[in-house]
Design a protein around this ligand. Structure first.
Ligand code: SF4
Ligand code: SF4
Length: 167
């Protein structure tokens, strides 16, 4: 008799409760992202792969000063300098080993020319180690980025006065 009562309670109460939950979620916006067809934008502070910036006239910003490599805690940056025809210094070789990189952004903070920066890209998986050594040609942007001038000012202020820390 108890078993019959349990089955009756299940059919009359528990099953409609279950269907109710299903119905509740049926018309809600799905939380599952259909990656890679659907890509969600990363947060503004996300640090992905590196880029090398140009000046507005198209010349390379990087002067191969080595400050980014000195600031890098993972020893992931390698560079070799060269002199241009008009006596300016630039990088002949500039490489970042993304297998070593911890995407801390210290290189971006250290760069006096605002040449190297970490973008929003995260799709750079590969099936061999050599593909993770990113070269200058891979990182150099085609056109200088159009950045919000306010962001640039904030970055410069942070560089001069430091980043406030919680006490
Ligand atoms: S990216 Fe910036 S810090 Fe690094 S070598 Fe070039 S100019 Fe110097
Ligand atoms: S993000 Fe950090 S670990 Fe990666 S290259 Fe820059 S300084 Fe080095």
């Amino acid at each position: 008799m108890t078993e019959i009562l349990k089955a009756f309670v299940n059919v009359i109460i528990k099953m409609p409760q279950g269907f109710g939950v299903t119905l509740k979620y049926l018309f809600r916006k799905p939380v599952t992202v259909q990656y890679p067809k659907q890509k969600i934008p990363m947060t503004p502070r996300y640090r992905g792969r590196h880029y090398l910036e140009r000046y507005d006239d198209g010349t390379e910003r990087c002067v191969c000063c080595g400050l980014c490599a000195a600031a890098c805690p993972a020893d992931a940056i390698y560079m070799e300098p060269e002199e241009t025809a008009n006596g300016e210094r630039k990088a002949k070789v500039y490489e970042i080993n993304l297998l070593r990189c911890i995407f801390c952004g210290f290189c971006e903070e250290a760069c006096p020319e605002e040449a190297v920066f970490l973008g929003q890209d995260y799709e750079f998986s590969a099936d061999n180690r050599n593909s993770f050594i990113w070269t200058k040609d891979q990182m150099l942007v085609k056109h200088p980025r159009k950045e919000n001038p306010l962001k640039r000012i904030i970055r410069r202020v942070r560089r001069v006065y430091g980043v406030p820390t919680a006490k």
